[in-house]
Design a protein around this ligand. Structure first.
Ligand code: ARG
Length: 832
């Protein structure tokens, strides 16, 4: 056995012979020979081991590259320094490299490993020099070199005596050697200087006609005149999906070196056009790099930049009684290395509170609550990360707000309004939360956490329609009892809902004999006793099992398109039917207030315009020629023949009603045929479904995609959150929206909802929304989709907007056509 830490100490140990008798019998000579052989073998392996160690560890060398910048104080920047072929550039670069070499070779931990260094660029201030230095170091000394090079920063004082350059700051940062080399040698290198008052464009190679090439390394050096900063904006950004650690990505640096400590942002995947991808440099330079791998081609990006005068102004003294403050350049990404202080003071008899409406100060891989990087500090408490709207208040008439960003990573920042208020009456005619947020009085003790800190739900007397949660003591509506959702947080609303022994509890809380589970009969009434049954039963499908093309039955819950082949003929994963419910833009836009949907976020949403009235109803794309909508939209009324296809025009790929005829994303079609459900009941709205056939097929795009139609056995559980979308009224009786709106709502237990809506529900209806009101579909949303994101990451049409008692009223959730219950009708009438 060989044991050594540093090569000075070695020891050899022998394994004991297992059979000593045998060894002894052979006599002394044989004994010595064997011993000799063993020793020789041991020595040889020792030598081999030493050699391997020597070559593999001591000799194996690692290429190390450091990059960074240093500030030269006794030179003044001139234009010639921008161009590396000028003599001015080369003169100064020579001085800098000499100085660096000197610095490295006079340090015993660095000198033996130094290979080369080079200056890549200069920029203003007085002169900043960007460089890289390359080293070749034995693997075991890598850490030591790292330390020595990074330590060099603090030795800058010595530098001044040895060279003609005065250097007052020095930064080094390790970079991936391979990556650094490919960037250096890449022909895809651009140097751009902003022209005053002009926009400079740049884009990925081949954009927009061809996809960017594989294994590409590009870099763009962006500059502005002295006294300016760069405003960079990505107009289009469509790259391959983000993969870690490799994949295709774009990095933005607030520097001309690719040092990670100056990285502003890493971009990958696709951003919808509405996403505000705008960045500002802190100085007059910026660097953009592109790395692509060997697969997954996409169009790439188109970016543009301009120069704007540098202002260090932000924050300030505020003496008004109310107003708005935002991070610099909000809603664009704020700059790195900024500090703003607002000193707010309201009249002496008032107090101040600050309400943050948007708050995005996110640093990747950093969830440190002490906010060591970017933060907002209010009254000495730091806030960072991504936050829902919140309120901070003062005990007096003053408030100090400080915003600070560090050198790396920027986000879109915050917007907040400050209000002065009366200490005696912080919320006139409203309820005051603990954090002094004001909420409508009716929201007190309603079982909903309207304050955000539950202060509106404390010290309440539960009414007869409420029960009290055990741990929090909060009163909640009785509808929440035993609905399968842990509303109390301690599960106390879901305890004691059980069924006696040997019985099975249905999703609707009914108890049925255990023997009835998986007997292919719907004993529960909601089919839940026939879900999740493991066996595949050939040729005898109950209504509740998924039926394969070859008539096999799958009793697993939601087997379609889940990437698992459940049918032996694979028909549950058929590529045609599973090609649906996809959203080309995976990113959510951070909308400034409101609930505007994003462009391309619901690409199956259709706007149906009736002649002379404009937008009247919504619909969903389910195939290139077929839309699903609500039957009640096509009932003749007030002398208008809504049932006549020629009355209607469908707009697909639409986002903003105002650009319906101008947007290139929109495809407009007339309607060839309308088939409303034969048993649609005008009075009860039972069977509220219709199928529309388009005059000609549409072409799918980033803005037009079909939504998946769920199988009739598909289960959308109570409490599941879904999206309802449309251009309908923004308030009850109000006018419609111009931008497509979205709202997140939850499925509500059928029986509870039926009680609330005075038994007006049929099995062809489902309820979704909030018992507390406030969020709902409204007039003009009818026919539109209730979209459900399923575990296979596809969106399914769970419902169709049908009716409601007013809009967003308390205890009046919205009612939707139950698509799974009408699955056969869709098959028969749309052939899908
Ligand atoms: N019937 C309405 C329409 O024609 C839709 C109503 C939906 N209402 C509701 N509160 N969810 O647009």
């Amino acid at each position: 056995m060989f044991q050594s830490m540093n090569g000075y100490e070695e020891a050899v140990e022998f394994l004991p012979a297992t059979d000593t008798k045998k060894v002894e019998k052979r006599g002394p000579k044989v004994k010595f020979v064997i011993l000799g052989v063993v020793i020789a073998a041991a020595l040889i392996s020792l030598m081999v081991g030493l050699l391997v160690w020597h070559f593999a560890y001591r000799m194996a060398r690692v290429q190390k590259v450091y990059t960074g910048n240093l500030r030269i104080t006794n030179y003044v920047f001139k234009d010639a320094y921008e161009n590396s072929s000028t003599t001015d550039f080369n003169d100064l670069a020579g001085k800098v490299t000499d100085m660096l070499k000197n610095l490295y070779t006079s340090n015993p931990d660095i000198a033996p490993h130094f290979s080369e260094c080079r200056v890549t660029a200069f920029s203003e201030g007085s002169v900043l020099a960007y460089y890289w230095s390359e080293f070749s170091v034995p693997a075991y000394q890598e850490a030591k070199l790292d330390n020595a090079v990074l330590e060099l920063k603090i030795q800058t004082v010595n530098l001044r005596q040895r060279t003609v350059l005065s250097v007052d700051s020095f930064e080094a940062y390790p970079v991936d050697a391979q990556l650094a080399r490919t960037f250096r040698t890449s022909s895809c290198s651009y140097f751009l200087h902003a022209k005053p008052g002009e926009v400079t464009k740049f884009f990925t190679p081949g954009f927009p006609n061809t996809a960017y090439p594989p294994n590409m390394r590009c870099q763009w050096t962006l500059r502005a005149d002295a006294g300016h900063v760069i405003r960079l904006n990505f107009k289009t950004f469509k790259m391959d999906i983000c993969k870690t650690p490799a994949g295709d990505y774009v990095k933005l640096y607030d520097s001309l070196s690719i040092a990670e400590n100056r990285l502003m942002m890493t971009l990958c995947g696709s951003y919808p056009p509405s996403y505000n991808l705008t960045f500002f440099s802190s100085q007059n330079v910026m660097m953009v790099t592109l790395v692509t791998d060997d697969k997954g081609r996409q169009p790439g990006f188109m970016a543009q930049f301009t120069q704007v005068p540098m202002t260090t102004l932000c924050g300030g003294m505020i003496r008004d009684s109310g107003g708005v403050i935002t991070s610099p350049f909000y809603p664009a990404h704020y700059q790195a290395n900024r500090e703003c202080v607002w000193d707010i003071q309201v009249p002496g008899n008032k107090l101040v509170k600050l309400r943050f409406n948007m708050f995005y100060l996110m640093e990747p891989n950093n969830s440190d609550a002490t906010c060591p990087k970017d933060y907002v500090e209010v009254n000495s408490k730091k806030y960072c990360g991504e936050k829902q709207s919140f309120v901070v208040s003062s005990d007096n008439n003053k408030m100090t707000v400080r915003f600070r960003s560090d050198l790396s990573y920027t986000d879109t920042g915050f917007t907040a309004d400050y209000i002065s208020y009366d200490a005696q009456n912080p919320c006139p005619d409203q309820f005051t939360c603990n954090d002094r947020k004001c909420i409508n009085k009716a929201r007190r003790c309603d079982g909903w956490n309207d304050c955000g800190d539950f202060s509106d739900e404390l010290e309440c007397t539960c009414t007869e329609t409420q029960f009290r949660c055990v741990k929090s003591q909060i009163c909640k509506p009785k509808y929440f009892l035993c609905d399968g959702v842990n509303d109390c947080g301690d599960n106390s609303d879901e305890a004691n809902c059980g069924c006696p022994d040997n019985t099975f509890q249905c999703a609707n809380k009914k108890c049925v004999p255990q023997a009835q589970k998986c007997d292919q009969t719907d004993n529960c009434g909601d089919g839940s006793d026939e879900l999740g049954c493991p066996a595949v039963v050939p040729n005898s499908c109950s209504d509740l099992a998924y039926k394969c093309k070859n008539n096999e039955c799958i009793t697993k819950s939601n087997p379609e398109c889940d990437s698992v082949k459940d049918c032996s003929d694979g028909s549950d994963e058929d590529t045609d039917t599973c090609n649906c419910g996809r959203r080309p833009y995976s990113r959510k836009t951070r909308i400034v207030g409101g609930v505007n949907a994003d462009t391309g976020e619901f690409p199956w949403q259709v706007s149906l315009h009736a002649k002379n009235t404009g937008h009247a109803c919504g619909a969903s794309v389910v195939s290139p020629t077929i839309l699903l909508s609500a039957a009640h939209c096509f009932q003749d009324a007030q002398g208008v023949r809504y049932s006549d296809p020629s009355l209607w025009t469908a707009y697909l790929g639409l986002h903003n009603q105002a650009t319906r005829t101008t947007s290139t994303d929109v495809q407009q079609r007339s309607i060839k045929r309308i088939v409303a459900h034969k048993y649609f009941n005008d009075f009860s709205y039972d069977n509220d479904i219709a199928m529309l056939e388009l005059s000609s097929p549409v072409t799918y795009s980033d803005f037009i995609q079909p939504i998946c139609i769920p199988e009739k056995t598909h289960n959308f559980p109570v409490g599941k959150s879904l999206w309802v979308t449309g251009w309908g009224a923004l308030t009850e009786g109000g006018s419609g929206a111009s931008i497509l709106q979205k709202a997140e709502i939850r499925i509500i237990n059928y029986n509870e909802c039926n009680q609330l809506l005075e038994n007006q529900l049929t099995q062809r209806m489902i309820c979704a929304g909030f018992v507390s009101g406030g969020i709902d579909a409204c007039q003009g949303d009818s026919g539109g989709p209730l979209s459900s994101l399923e575990s296979n990451n596809k969106m399914y049409l769970a419902g169709i907007v049908s009716w409601g008692d007013g809009c967003a009223r308390r205890n009046k959730p919205g009612v939707y056509t139950n698509v799974t219950q009408l699955r056969d009708w869709i098959k028969q009438n749309a052939g899908l």
